[in-house]
Ligand binder design. Structure first.
Ligand code: HEM
Length: 498
Protein backbone atom coordinates (compact mmCIF):
# COMPACT_ATOMS: atom_id res chain seq x y z
CA UNK A 1 0.00 0.00 0.00
CA UNK A 2 2.79 2.38 1.02
CA UNK A 3 4.58 1.60 -2.22
CA UNK A 4 1.43 2.38 -4.24
CA UNK A 5 0.99 5.70 -2.46
CA UNK A 6 4.67 6.48 -3.07
CA UNK A 7 4.34 5.70 -6.80
CA UNK A 8 1.18 7.81 -7.02
CA UNK A 9 2.83 10.77 -5.26
CA UNK A 10 5.83 10.52 -7.57
CA UNK A 11 3.85 10.10 -10.77
CA UNK A 12 1.12 12.67 -10.16
CA UNK A 13 3.30 15.82 -10.31
CA UNK A 14 5.34 14.39 -13.19
CA UNK A 15 2.23 13.65 -15.24
CA UNK A 16 0.79 17.10 -14.47
CA UNK A 17 4.05 18.64 -15.67
CA UNK A 18 3.92 16.65 -18.91
CA UNK A 19 0.26 17.40 -19.52
CA UNK A 20 0.57 21.13 -19.01
CA UNK A 21 4.05 22.00 -20.09
CA UNK A 22 5.36 19.53 -22.60
CA UNK A 23 2.52 18.44 -24.85
CA UNK A 24 2.96 20.21 -28.17
CA UNK A 25 0.23 21.78 -30.12
CA UNK A 26 -1.38 19.94 -32.98
CA UNK A 27 0.08 22.68 -35.18
CA UNK A 28 3.86 22.71 -35.19
CA UNK A 29 4.15 26.37 -36.15
CA UNK A 30 1.39 28.34 -34.44
CA UNK A 31 0.62 29.10 -30.82
CA UNK A 32 1.51 26.10 -28.63
CA UNK A 33 -1.48 24.53 -27.03
CA UNK A 34 -1.86 22.39 -23.89
CA UNK A 35 -4.76 20.35 -22.60
CA UNK A 36 -7.26 22.28 -20.47
CA UNK A 37 -5.42 25.63 -20.59
CA UNK A 38 -5.09 25.83 -24.39
CA UNK A 39 -2.69 28.50 -25.66
CA UNK A 40 -2.89 30.66 -22.53
CA UNK A 41 0.55 29.74 -21.07
CA UNK A 42 2.26 31.30 -24.13
CA UNK A 43 0.13 34.41 -23.78
CA UNK A 44 0.96 34.76 -20.09
CA UNK A 45 4.70 34.29 -20.76
CA UNK A 46 4.67 36.87 -23.56
CA UNK A 47 2.13 39.38 -22.30
CA UNK A 48 4.87 42.06 -21.93
CA UNK A 49 5.80 41.58 -25.61
CA UNK A 50 2.46 40.50 -27.00
CA UNK A 51 2.79 42.06 -30.47
CA UNK A 52 6.38 40.93 -31.09
CA UNK A 53 5.38 37.42 -30.00
CA UNK A 54 2.51 37.35 -32.51
CA UNK A 55 4.82 38.60 -35.30
CA UNK A 56 7.29 35.77 -34.57
CA UNK A 57 4.53 33.18 -34.41
CA UNK A 58 2.61 34.24 -37.52
CA UNK A 59 5.72 34.64 -39.67
CA UNK A 60 6.65 30.99 -38.88
CA UNK A 61 3.22 29.71 -40.02
CA UNK A 62 3.00 28.54 -43.65
CA UNK A 63 0.00 30.80 -44.41
CA UNK A 64 0.59 33.39 -41.68
CA UNK A 65 -2.48 32.14 -39.83
CA UNK A 66 -2.59 30.47 -36.43
CA UNK A 67 -5.18 29.14 -34.05
CA UNK A 68 -5.13 30.35 -30.47
CA UNK A 69 -6.81 27.57 -28.51
CA UNK A 70 -9.16 28.56 -25.75
CA UNK A 71 -10.80 26.29 -23.19
CA UNK A 72 -14.18 25.28 -24.60
CA UNK A 73 -15.31 24.91 -28.19
CA UNK A 74 -15.04 28.47 -29.49
CA UNK A 75 -11.55 29.16 -30.74
CA UNK A 76 -9.72 32.27 -31.82
CA UNK A 77 -8.03 32.55 -35.21
CA UNK A 78 -5.28 35.08 -35.80
CA UNK A 79 -4.20 35.92 -39.32
CA UNK A 80 -1.74 38.16 -41.15
CA UNK A 81 -2.66 36.78 -44.56
CA UNK A 82 -3.98 39.39 -47.08
CA UNK A 83 -6.30 36.89 -48.84
CA UNK A 84 -7.94 36.02 -45.53
CA UNK A 85 -8.22 39.72 -44.63
CA UNK A 86 -9.88 40.53 -47.94
CA UNK A 87 -12.27 37.61 -47.46
CA UNK A 88 -13.37 38.66 -43.95
CA UNK A 89 -13.47 42.44 -44.41
CA UNK A 90 -14.82 42.59 -47.95
CA UNK A 91 -15.88 39.42 -49.78
CA UNK A 92 -17.78 37.88 -46.86
CA UNK A 93 -18.34 41.10 -44.90
CA UNK A 94 -21.76 39.95 -43.60
CA UNK A 95 -20.24 36.77 -42.20
CA UNK A 96 -17.75 38.62 -39.99
CA UNK A 97 -19.53 41.29 -37.91
CA UNK A 98 -18.11 42.83 -34.76
CA UNK A 99 -20.53 40.57 -32.94
CA UNK A 100 -22.21 40.58 -29.57
CA UNK A 101 -19.07 39.36 -27.76
CA UNK A 102 -17.22 42.53 -28.81
CA UNK A 103 -19.99 45.10 -28.69
CA UNK A 104 -21.26 44.02 -25.25
CA UNK A 105 -17.82 44.80 -23.78
CA UNK A 106 -17.87 48.40 -25.04
CA UNK A 107 -21.58 49.05 -24.76
CA UNK A 108 -21.51 50.85 -21.38
CA UNK A 109 -19.28 53.50 -22.93
CA UNK A 110 -20.11 53.59 -26.64
CA UNK A 111 -23.73 52.41 -26.62
CA UNK A 112 -24.74 51.71 -30.21
CA UNK A 113 -22.57 54.33 -31.93
CA UNK A 114 -21.05 53.60 -35.36
CA UNK A 115 -17.92 52.09 -33.87
CA UNK A 116 -19.87 49.62 -31.74
CA UNK A 117 -22.79 48.43 -33.85
CA UNK A 118 -23.57 46.02 -36.66
CA UNK A 119 -26.38 45.54 -39.15
CA UNK A 120 -29.02 48.20 -39.67
CA UNK A 121 -27.93 50.37 -36.77
CA UNK A 122 -24.40 50.57 -38.16
CA UNK A 123 -25.53 51.02 -41.78
CA UNK A 124 -27.75 54.06 -41.05
CA UNK A 125 -24.90 55.87 -39.30
CA UNK A 126 -22.37 54.81 -41.91
CA UNK A 127 -24.51 56.16 -44.75
CA UNK A 128 -24.71 59.61 -43.16
CA UNK A 129 -21.05 59.62 -42.12
CA UNK A 130 -19.82 58.57 -45.58
CA UNK A 131 -21.86 61.32 -47.21
CA UNK A 132 -20.87 64.07 -44.75
CA UNK A 133 -17.17 63.15 -44.84
CA UNK A 134 -17.16 63.57 -48.60
CA UNK A 135 -18.47 67.15 -48.47
CA UNK A 136 -16.22 70.13 -49.07
CA UNK A 137 -17.88 72.01 -46.21
CA UNK A 138 -16.76 69.41 -43.66
CA UNK A 139 -13.25 69.35 -45.11
CA UNK A 140 -13.03 73.16 -44.92
CA UNK A 141 -14.27 73.03 -41.33
CA UNK A 142 -11.50 70.54 -40.45
CA UNK A 143 -8.85 72.61 -42.27
CA UNK A 144 -9.78 75.77 -40.41
CA UNK A 145 -9.85 74.01 -37.01
CA UNK A 146 -6.44 72.45 -37.63
CA UNK A 147 -4.99 75.81 -38.69
CA UNK A 148 -6.28 77.57 -35.56
CA UNK A 149 -5.04 74.80 -33.26
CA UNK A 150 -1.57 74.85 -34.86
CA UNK A 151 -1.19 78.64 -34.78
CA UNK A 152 -2.70 79.42 -31.41
CA UNK A 153 -1.82 76.32 -29.36
CA UNK A 154 0.77 73.95 -30.85
CA UNK A 155 3.35 76.47 -32.07
CA UNK A 156 3.24 78.60 -28.87
CA UNK A 157 3.70 75.46 -26.71
CA UNK A 158 6.73 74.43 -28.78
CA UNK A 159 8.19 77.96 -28.79
CA UNK A 160 8.02 77.97 -25.01
CA UNK A 161 9.64 74.51 -24.83
CA UNK A 162 12.41 75.71 -27.15
CA UNK A 163 13.00 78.77 -24.96
CA UNK A 164 13.22 76.82 -21.70
CA UNK A 165 15.10 73.89 -23.26
CA UNK A 166 13.08 71.44 -21.14
CA UNK A 167 12.16 67.94 -22.26
CA UNK A 168 8.52 67.78 -23.35
CA UNK A 169 6.22 64.81 -23.75
CA UNK A 170 5.40 65.03 -27.45
CA UNK A 171 2.87 62.21 -27.24
CA UNK A 172 0.89 64.08 -24.60
CA UNK A 173 0.95 67.25 -26.72
CA UNK A 174 -0.25 65.36 -29.78
CA UNK A 175 -3.01 63.66 -27.80
CA UNK A 176 -4.27 67.00 -26.52
CA UNK A 177 -4.14 68.43 -30.04
CA UNK A 178 -6.13 65.49 -31.41
CA UNK A 179 -8.68 65.70 -28.60
CA UNK A 180 -9.30 69.44 -29.13
CA UNK A 181 -9.58 68.82 -32.82
CA UNK A 182 -11.99 65.90 -32.71
CA UNK A 183 -14.25 67.68 -30.18
CA UNK A 184 -14.51 70.66 -32.54
CA UNK A 185 -15.37 68.32 -35.39
CA UNK A 186 -17.81 66.23 -33.33
CA UNK A 187 -19.82 68.99 -31.59
CA UNK A 188 -18.02 72.26 -32.17
CA UNK A 189 -16.83 72.62 -28.59
CA UNK A 190 -13.39 74.02 -27.89
CA UNK A 191 -12.07 71.83 -25.08
CA UNK A 192 -8.78 73.81 -25.04
CA UNK A 193 -6.81 70.88 -23.63
CA UNK A 194 -3.55 71.85 -25.33
CA UNK A 195 -1.73 74.50 -23.34
CA UNK A 196 -4.57 75.11 -20.86
CA UNK A 197 -4.51 72.65 -17.99
CA UNK A 198 -7.32 74.40 -16.13
CA UNK A 199 -9.73 74.40 -19.09
CA UNK A 200 -13.22 72.89 -18.65
CA UNK A 201 -12.50 70.37 -21.39
CA UNK A 202 -9.57 68.88 -19.49
CA UNK A 203 -11.90 67.06 -17.05
CA UNK A 204 -13.83 65.70 -19.99
CA UNK A 205 -10.60 64.60 -21.70
CA UNK A 206 -9.27 62.91 -18.54
CA UNK A 207 -12.57 61.09 -17.93
CA UNK A 208 -12.66 60.03 -21.59
CA UNK A 209 -9.09 58.73 -21.39
CA UNK A 210 -9.73 56.80 -18.17
CA UNK A 211 -12.93 55.27 -19.54
CA UNK A 212 -11.22 54.23 -22.82
CA UNK A 213 -8.24 52.70 -20.99
CA UNK A 214 -10.26 50.74 -18.42
CA UNK A 215 -12.83 49.51 -20.89
CA UNK A 216 -10.09 48.22 -23.22
CA UNK A 217 -8.64 46.29 -20.26
CA UNK A 218 -11.86 44.27 -20.21
CA UNK A 219 -10.66 42.58 -23.41
CA UNK A 220 -7.48 41.45 -21.69
CA UNK A 221 -9.24 40.14 -18.60
CA UNK A 222 -8.38 36.40 -18.39
CA UNK A 223 -12.01 35.46 -17.71
CA UNK A 224 -14.79 37.77 -18.86
CA UNK A 225 -16.74 36.97 -15.68
CA UNK A 226 -14.01 38.80 -13.68
CA UNK A 227 -14.93 42.28 -14.92
CA UNK A 228 -18.64 41.46 -14.95
CA UNK A 229 -18.49 40.53 -11.23
CA UNK A 230 -16.53 43.70 -10.40
CA UNK A 231 -19.10 45.69 -12.36
CA UNK A 232 -22.01 44.09 -10.48
CA UNK A 233 -20.33 44.82 -7.14
CA UNK A 234 -19.25 48.29 -8.32
CA UNK A 235 -15.69 47.84 -7.06
CA UNK A 236 -12.10 48.49 -8.25
CA UNK A 237 -11.50 49.57 -11.83
CA UNK A 238 -15.15 49.00 -12.75
CA UNK A 239 -16.18 51.60 -10.19
CA UNK A 240 -13.70 54.11 -11.65
CA UNK A 241 -15.01 53.23 -15.12
CA UNK A 242 -18.62 53.85 -14.08
CA UNK A 243 -17.68 57.27 -12.68
CA UNK A 244 -15.65 58.24 -15.75
CA UNK A 245 -18.42 57.19 -18.12
CA UNK A 246 -20.90 59.23 -16.05
CA UNK A 247 -18.67 62.33 -16.44
CA UNK A 248 -18.31 61.80 -20.20
CA UNK A 249 -22.01 61.18 -20.72
CA UNK A 250 -23.04 64.19 -18.61
CA UNK A 251 -20.77 66.51 -20.63
CA UNK A 252 -21.98 65.15 -23.96
CA UNK A 253 -25.66 64.94 -22.93
CA UNK A 254 -25.74 68.63 -22.06
CA UNK A 255 -24.37 69.64 -25.43
CA UNK A 256 -26.72 67.31 -27.29
CA UNK A 257 -29.80 68.54 -25.36
CA UNK A 258 -28.91 72.20 -25.87
CA UNK A 259 -28.37 71.62 -29.55
CA UNK A 260 -31.69 69.81 -29.94
CA UNK A 261 -33.42 72.71 -28.10
CA UNK A 262 -31.78 75.28 -30.36
CA UNK A 263 -33.03 73.25 -33.31
CA UNK A 264 -32.80 74.88 -36.69
CA UNK A 265 -31.86 78.28 -35.25
CA UNK A 266 -28.48 76.90 -34.15
CA UNK A 267 -25.34 78.62 -35.46
CA UNK A 268 -23.57 75.29 -35.48
CA UNK A 269 -24.12 73.88 -38.91
CA UNK A 270 -20.73 72.38 -39.67
CA UNK A 271 -20.01 69.86 -36.94
CA UNK A 272 -21.03 66.19 -37.01
CA UNK A 273 -23.65 66.49 -34.29
CA UNK A 274 -25.63 69.08 -36.30
CA UNK A 275 -25.30 66.98 -39.42
CA UNK A 276 -26.67 63.89 -37.63
CA UNK A 277 -29.45 65.83 -35.83
CA UNK A 278 -30.97 66.73 -39.16
CA UNK A 279 -31.51 63.05 -39.99
CA UNK A 280 -35.00 61.95 -38.95
CA UNK A 281 -34.11 58.42 -37.89
CA UNK A 282 -31.21 59.46 -35.65
CA UNK A 283 -32.44 62.31 -33.52
CA UNK A 284 -32.97 60.65 -30.14
CA UNK A 285 -30.63 62.22 -27.54
CA UNK A 286 -29.10 58.84 -26.57
CA UNK A 287 -28.23 57.74 -30.08
CA UNK A 288 -26.83 61.20 -30.89
CA UNK A 289 -24.64 61.00 -27.81
CA UNK A 290 -23.46 57.49 -28.78
CA UNK A 291 -22.61 58.69 -32.29
CA UNK A 292 -20.61 61.66 -31.04
CA UNK A 293 -18.71 59.54 -28.51
CA UNK A 294 -17.86 56.92 -31.16
CA UNK A 295 -16.36 59.64 -33.35
CA UNK A 296 -14.34 61.10 -30.51
CA UNK A 297 -12.99 57.66 -29.71
CA UNK A 298 -12.13 56.90 -33.34
CA UNK A 299 -10.46 60.24 -34.04
CA UNK A 300 -8.81 60.89 -30.67
CA UNK A 301 -5.85 58.60 -30.12
CA UNK A 302 -5.37 57.34 -33.65
CA UNK A 303 -3.68 60.38 -35.21
CA UNK A 304 -1.68 61.11 -32.03
CA UNK A 305 -0.45 57.52 -31.88
CA UNK A 306 0.51 57.65 -35.56
CA UNK A 307 2.43 60.91 -35.14
CA UNK A 308 4.19 59.90 -31.92
CA UNK A 309 5.72 56.86 -33.65
CA UNK A 310 6.38 58.94 -36.75
CA UNK A 311 8.41 61.55 -34.82
CA UNK A 312 10.36 58.78 -33.09
CA UNK A 313 11.14 57.11 -36.43
CA UNK A 314 12.15 60.46 -37.89
CA UNK A 315 14.62 61.02 -35.05
CA UNK A 316 16.29 57.75 -36.13
CA UNK A 317 16.24 58.65 -39.84
CA UNK A 318 17.56 62.18 -40.43
CA UNK A 319 17.82 61.42 -44.17
CA UNK A 320 13.99 61.13 -44.31
CA UNK A 321 13.59 64.40 -42.41
CA UNK A 322 15.91 66.11 -44.93
CA UNK A 323 13.82 64.86 -47.83
CA UNK A 324 10.60 66.09 -46.23
CA UNK A 325 12.16 69.52 -45.72
CA UNK A 326 13.33 69.60 -49.34
CA UNK A 327 9.80 68.81 -50.49
CA UNK A 328 8.32 71.55 -48.27
CA UNK A 329 10.90 74.05 -49.57
CA UNK A 330 10.03 73.31 -53.15
CA UNK A 331 6.28 73.70 -52.44
CA UNK A 332 6.93 77.05 -50.73
CA UNK A 333 9.04 78.14 -53.67
CA UNK A 334 6.26 77.22 -56.11
CA UNK A 335 3.39 78.73 -54.13
CA UNK A 336 5.06 81.74 -52.53
CA UNK A 337 4.01 80.69 -49.01
CA UNK A 338 6.10 81.95 -46.09
CA UNK A 339 7.31 79.79 -43.20
CA UNK A 340 4.75 80.09 -40.40
CA UNK A 341 1.81 80.19 -42.81
CA UNK A 342 -0.11 76.94 -42.51
CA UNK A 343 -0.57 75.04 -45.77
CA UNK A 344 -3.98 74.80 -47.44
CA UNK A 345 -5.61 71.62 -48.73
CA UNK A 346 -4.21 72.08 -52.25
CA UNK A 347 -0.66 72.37 -50.87
CA UNK A 348 -1.07 69.31 -48.67
CA UNK A 349 -2.01 67.33 -51.76
CA UNK A 350 1.38 68.18 -53.31
CA UNK A 351 3.27 66.56 -50.38
CA UNK A 352 3.82 63.13 -51.87
CA UNK A 353 6.98 62.28 -49.98
CA UNK A 354 5.52 63.35 -46.63
CA UNK A 355 2.41 61.29 -47.39
CA UNK A 356 4.67 58.31 -48.12
CA UNK A 357 6.74 58.80 -44.96
CA UNK A 358 3.62 58.94 -42.74
CA UNK A 359 2.17 55.88 -44.48
CA UNK A 360 5.41 53.97 -44.02
CA UNK A 361 5.30 54.79 -40.33
CA UNK A 362 1.68 53.53 -40.20
CA UNK A 363 2.83 50.28 -41.81
CA UNK A 364 5.31 49.61 -39.00
CA UNK A 365 3.33 51.20 -36.15
CA UNK A 366 -0.39 51.05 -36.99
CA UNK A 367 -2.47 52.91 -34.37
CA UNK A 368 -4.98 50.03 -34.35
CA UNK A 369 -2.56 47.09 -34.18
CA UNK A 370 -5.07 44.22 -34.01
CA UNK A 371 -8.73 44.17 -34.86
CA UNK A 372 -11.27 41.53 -33.94
CA UNK A 373 -14.41 40.18 -35.62
CA UNK A 374 -16.71 37.30 -34.84
CA UNK A 375 -17.77 34.60 -37.27
CA UNK A 376 -21.53 34.42 -37.90
CA UNK A 377 -21.50 31.02 -39.70
CA UNK A 378 -19.05 28.22 -40.40
CA UNK A 379 -16.48 29.42 -42.94
CA UNK A 380 -13.30 28.25 -44.62
CA UNK A 381 -10.78 31.03 -45.23
CA UNK A 382 -8.96 31.23 -48.60
CA UNK A 383 -5.84 29.65 -47.04
CA UNK A 384 -7.93 26.62 -45.97
CA UNK A 385 -8.31 27.52 -42.28
CA UNK A 386 -11.67 26.51 -40.81
CA UNK A 387 -13.48 29.14 -38.69
CA UNK A 388 -16.53 27.89 -36.81
CA UNK A 389 -19.72 29.81 -36.07
CA UNK A 390 -19.22 31.93 -32.94
CA UNK A 391 -15.40 31.79 -33.09
CA UNK A 392 -13.44 35.01 -32.90
CA UNK A 393 -11.03 36.02 -35.65
CA UNK A 394 -8.45 38.76 -35.45
CA UNK A 395 -6.35 40.15 -38.24
CA UNK A 396 -3.04 41.40 -36.95
CA UNK A 397 -2.19 44.70 -38.66
CA UNK A 398 1.05 45.13 -36.70
CA UNK A 399 2.27 41.71 -37.86
CA UNK A 400 1.15 42.33 -41.45
CA UNK A 401 3.44 45.36 -41.65
CA UNK A 402 6.35 43.08 -40.76
CA UNK A 403 5.71 40.09 -43.02
CA UNK A 404 8.44 39.26 -45.50
CA UNK A 405 5.77 37.53 -47.60
CA UNK A 406 4.06 40.92 -48.12
CA UNK A 407 6.85 43.51 -48.09
CA UNK A 408 9.95 41.53 -49.07
CA UNK A 409 13.27 40.98 -47.34
CA UNK A 410 13.59 44.57 -46.11
CA UNK A 411 10.16 44.46 -44.43
CA UNK A 412 11.58 45.76 -41.12
CA UNK A 413 13.24 48.80 -42.73
CA UNK A 414 11.62 52.26 -42.53
CA UNK A 415 11.70 53.20 -46.21
CA UNK A 416 9.17 55.80 -47.46
CA UNK A 417 10.38 55.22 -51.05
CA UNK A 418 8.44 51.97 -51.20
CA UNK A 419 5.30 54.14 -51.47
CA UNK A 420 6.62 56.33 -54.28
CA UNK A 421 5.88 55.54 -57.91
CA UNK A 422 9.26 55.66 -59.67
CA UNK A 423 7.72 56.75 -62.97
CA UNK A 424 6.14 60.00 -61.73
CA UNK A 425 7.44 60.53 -58.17
CA UNK A 426 3.88 60.49 -56.78
CA UNK A 427 2.51 58.59 -53.81
CA UNK A 428 1.32 55.09 -54.76
CA UNK A 429 -1.19 53.46 -52.40
CA UNK A 430 -1.43 49.77 -51.58
CA UNK A 431 -4.30 47.32 -51.55
CA UNK A 432 -6.04 47.75 -48.14
CA UNK A 433 -6.10 44.00 -47.60
CA UNK A 434 -2.28 44.09 -47.58
CA UNK A 435 -2.16 47.33 -45.61
CA UNK A 436 -5.32 47.44 -43.45
CA UNK A 437 -4.16 50.24 -41.09
CA UNK A 438 -7.43 52.01 -41.97
CA UNK A 439 -9.41 48.75 -42.22
CA UNK A 440 -10.78 47.61 -45.62
CA UNK A 441 -14.12 47.02 -47.33
CA UNK A 442 -17.42 48.61 -46.26
CA UNK A 443 -16.15 49.46 -42.75
CA UNK A 444 -13.06 51.28 -43.97
CA UNK A 445 -12.17 54.27 -41.74
CA UNK A 446 -14.32 57.27 -42.70
CA UNK A 447 -11.81 59.69 -41.17
CA UNK A 448 -8.81 58.62 -43.25
CA UNK A 449 -8.56 61.76 -45.40
CA UNK A 450 -9.10 64.01 -42.40
CA UNK A 451 -6.45 62.13 -40.50
CA UNK A 452 -3.93 62.80 -43.29
CA UNK A 453 -4.92 66.49 -43.40
CA UNK A 454 -4.26 66.75 -39.69
CA UNK A 455 -1.05 64.70 -39.68
CA UNK A 456 0.53 66.39 -42.70
CA UNK A 457 -0.35 69.88 -41.43
CA UNK A 458 1.19 69.16 -38.03
CA UNK A 459 4.38 67.57 -39.38
CA UNK A 460 4.93 70.39 -41.88
CA UNK A 461 4.34 73.08 -39.25
CA UNK A 462 6.60 71.42 -36.69
CA UNK A 463 9.51 70.43 -38.94
CA UNK A 464 9.77 73.77 -40.71
CA UNK A 465 10.05 75.70 -37.47
CA UNK A 466 11.62 73.24 -35.02
CA UNK A 467 14.32 70.63 -34.71
CA UNK A 468 12.94 67.74 -32.66
CA UNK A 469 15.49 65.63 -30.86
CA UNK A 470 14.50 62.39 -29.12
CA UNK A 471 17.20 61.16 -26.71
CA UNK A 472 18.15 57.46 -26.86
CA UNK A 473 18.24 54.99 -29.70
CA UNK A 474 16.15 52.12 -28.34
CA UNK A 475 12.63 51.50 -29.63
CA UNK A 476 10.26 52.94 -27.01
CA UNK A 477 8.19 50.39 -25.12
CA UNK A 478 4.76 49.73 -26.56
CA UNK A 479 1.70 50.41 -24.42
CA UNK A 480 -1.36 48.59 -25.66
CA UNK A 481 -4.54 50.47 -24.79
CA UNK A 482 -7.23 51.12 -27.38
CA UNK A 483 -4.40 52.19 -29.65
CA UNK A 484 -0.66 51.61 -29.96
CA UNK A 485 0.83 54.15 -27.58
CA UNK A 486 4.33 54.79 -26.29
CA UNK A 487 4.74 53.66 -22.69
CA UNK A 488 5.70 56.60 -20.49
CA UNK A 489 5.35 59.11 -23.37
CA UNK A 490 7.73 60.37 -26.07
CA UNK A 491 10.13 62.78 -24.43
CA UNK A 492 11.86 65.17 -26.80
CA UNK A 493 13.78 68.44 -26.84
CA UNK A 494 12.88 71.09 -29.40
CA UNK A 495 14.92 73.98 -30.76
CA UNK A 496 13.80 76.65 -33.17
CA UNK A 497 15.22 75.84 -36.61
CA UNK A 498 17.61 78.54 -37.73
C1 HEM B 1 -4.14 57.67 -38.36
C2 HEM B 1 -5.40 57.83 -38.04
C3 HEM B 1 -6.47 56.78 -38.10
C4 HEM B 1 -6.35 55.42 -38.25
C5 HEM B 1 -5.08 54.60 -38.41
C6 HEM B 1 -7.69 54.87 -38.23
C7 HEM B 1 -7.99 53.53 -38.35
C8 HEM B 1 -9.26 52.99 -38.29
C9 HEM B 1 -9.58 51.59 -38.28
C10 HEM B 1 -8.55 50.45 -38.30
C11 HEM B 1 -10.91 51.47 -38.21
C12 HEM B 1 -11.71 50.17 -38.12
C13 HEM B 1 -11.95 49.85 -36.67
C14 HEM B 1 -12.95 48.75 -36.45
O1 HEM B 1 -13.99 48.72 -37.10
O2 HEM B 1 -12.70 47.91 -35.62
C15 HEM B 1 -11.45 52.80 -38.20
C16 HEM B 1 -12.80 53.07 -38.16
C17 HEM B 1 -13.30 54.33 -38.02
N1 HEM B 1 -12.60 55.51 -38.03
FE1 HEM B 1 -10.61 55.72 -38.20
N2 HEM B 1 -8.58 55.90 -38.09
C18 HEM B 1 -7.88 57.07 -38.01
C19 HEM B 1 -8.40 58.34 -37.85
C20 HEM B 1 -9.74 58.63 -37.79
C21 HEM B 1 -10.29 59.96 -37.64
C22 HEM B 1 -9.48 61.25 -37.53
C23 HEM B 1 -11.64 59.82 -37.58
C24 HEM B 1 -12.73 60.86 -37.42
C25 HEM B 1 -12.69 62.01 -37.90
C26 HEM B 1 -11.94 58.41 -37.73
C27 HEM B 1 -13.21 57.87 -37.75
C28 HEM B 1 -13.49 56.52 -37.84
C29 HEM B 1 -14.83 55.97 -37.72
C30 HEM B 1 -16.11 56.74 -37.50
C31 HEM B 1 -14.72 54.59 -37.84
C32 HEM B 1 -15.83 53.54 -37.81
C33 HEM B 1 -16.21 53.20 -39.23
C34 HEM B 1 -17.25 52.11 -39.31
O3 HEM B 1 -17.30 51.25 -38.43
O4 HEM B 1 -17.99 52.12 -40.29
N3 HEM B 1 -10.76 57.73 -37.86
N4 HEM B 1 -10.43 53.71 -38.26
Amino acid sequence: MALLIFIFLLCFPISIFFIFFTKKSSSEFGFKSYPIVGSFPGLVNNRHRFLDWTVETLSRCPTQTAIFRRPGKQQLIMTANPSNVEYMLKTKFESFPKGQQFTSVLEDFLGHGIFNSDGDMWWKQRKTASYEFSTKSLRDFVMSNVTVEINTRLVPVLVEAATTGKLIDLQDILERFAFDNICKLAFNVDCACLGHDGAVGVNFMRAFETAATIISQRFRSVASCAWRIKKKLNIGSERVLRESIATVHKFADEIVRNRIDQGRSSDHKEDLLSRFISKEEMNSPEILRDIVISFILAGRDTTSSALSWFFWLLSMHPEVEDKILQELNSIRARTGKRIGEVYGFEHLKMMNYLHAAITESLRLYPPVPVDIKSCAEDNVLPDGTFVGKGWAITYNIFAMGRMESIWGKDCDRFDPERWIDETNGCFRGEDPSKFPAFHAGPRMCVGKDMAYIQMKSIVAAVLERFVVEVPGKERPEILLSMTLRIKGGLFARVQERS
